[in-house]
Write a protein that binds this ligand. Structure first.
Ligand code: FES
Ligand code: FE2
Length: 392
């Protein structure tokens, strides 16, 4: 985030904190159970949001060097994301062109990919290198079996996007991200260091994952024994940047900035949690001094999901920084898995029971409203009902 924007946000936060207010949506929103539960709407979400729009699948520091790779599961589609010898990020279906075996699992570095099934050998450019011991059995096969199936991939501002269906990924990323790309570029993500990942499966719809991060209203009650003492609950700045939703939530340390002489004030990043909700399933967070990259994917339909956290730390890394980063991963994972995610699972059960017809998002939860309206708009759903504000 640029300095001028930080100064402007600091002023808006000062007004909110002095008046105990927060950014608001023009209306509240009623959301029916069928928006989360069951597979009728879900099929439309998969098509419109996961297949036809760019997905943010990795950060540049996941694969900083040629030959670095990671695998990434987009619902049922396994992707192999790698950096080629020329330094470009590339994405392939993680499927051998012979009989479809997976070429890699997890994360690592390889000069070539050797298929575990019959040892066909593939280059970082996706081209076949050798078919050992095949006795020329594929001499008459079409040349398309000489090349892995490539998925459009675009890398910008330290972010790696893919597009499962269609073309023009670069233009689509610009439409989706807008000015958020400039904001995020200022975090210099490409020069951070990958620390660690954690993942878990939850018995709830994937959208509950972002719901849990889209407001700070819950911090005081739900996190009263963990992180609440460090945050101002329910005073948050929220803006839509094209299809991205940006939240800035102050920690109590922001008072230090307000105590400085007026001419020296102007920073929010060292005192805030800054979040970008990107697409249907990604949360990118600048957390005071480091980056968290979260994603959630549906598993076996609408009623289960898999959530993953990846943490990145600014360089240079030394022993102290490593210790701090490791502690941070443990802490954030403990708070989310013990406090946030159980709420998501309980809410999903209540909706799935059929006894609870809908939820309501308040005007003080604008990011929730924008997120779900974006989803409804993308799939052409009219199931969400804006509730007009009662005017004072
Ligand atoms: S499936 Fe890969 S070499 Fe046979
Ligand atoms: Fe939380």
């Amino acid at each position: 985030m640029k300095d001028t924007k930080q100064r402007e946000m600091l002023e808006r936060l000062r007004v909110h904190l002095e008046n105990n207010t927060t950014d608001k949506s023009p209306h509240s929103l009623q959301v029916p159970a069928s928006h989360y539960v069951g597979n009728e709407q879900f099929e439309h979400e998969v098509d419109a949001l996961f297949k036809k729009r760019p997905l943010l699948v990795a950060l540049t520091p996941h694969i900083p060097n040629a030959g670095d790779y990671l695998t990434h599961e987009v619902i049922d589609t396994s992707l192999l994301i790698t950096r080629d010898k020329a330094g470009a990020a590339r994405a392939y279906l993680n499927a051998c062109r012979h009989r479809g075996a997976r070429l890699a699992e997890g994360k690592g570095n390889k000069a070539t990919f050797s298929c575990p099934f019959h040892a066909w050998n593939w280059g970082l450019d996706g081209k076949i290198i050798a078919r050992p011991n095949s006795h020329d059995g594929f001499a008459a096969a079409d040349t398309r079996y000489d090349q892995l199936i490539e998925v459009p991939c675009h890398e910008q501002a330290g972010l790696i996007f893919v597009l499962l269906e269609g073309s023009d990924i670069e233009a689509k990323v610009q439409v989706m991200m807008g000015a958020a790309l400039t904001d995020i570029d200022n975090y210099d993500i490409a020069n951070t260091h990958y620390i660690d990942s954690r993942s878990t499966e939850l018995a709830c719809n994937y959208k509950f994952f972002l719901d849990g991060f889209a407001e700070t209203y819950h911090i005081a009650p739900l996190h009263k024994d963990s992180i609440s003492p460090f945050y101002y609950s329910n005073s948050t700045l929220v803006e839509q940047m094209n299809e991205v939703i940006h939240l800035v939530s102050p920690r109590k340390t922001i008072d230090r900035e307000f105590e400085k002489p007026a001419t020296e004030q102007g920073q929010v990043l060292p005192y805030c949690t800054t979040e970008y909700l990107i697409g249907p399933n990604v949360l990118l967070t600048h957390q005071v001094d480091h980056i968290q990259f979260w994603h959630a994917y549906p598993l076996d339909g609408a009623n289960r999901c898999r959530v993953e956290l990846n943490v990145f730390w600014p360089k240079p890394m030394d022993e102290d920084a490593q210790r701090k980063a490791d502690l941070n991963v443990d802490l954030v994972w403990k708070v989310t898995t013990e406090e946030d995610f159980p709420q998501s699972v309980a809410i999903h059960r209540n909706l799935a029971s059929g006894a609870l017809p809908e939820l309501v998002f308040g005007q003080n939860e604008p990011a929730l409203i924008y997120y779900h309206q974006n989803i409804a708009k993308a799939i052409g759903s009219d199931r969400l009902i804006p509730l007009l504000a009662i005017t004072e």
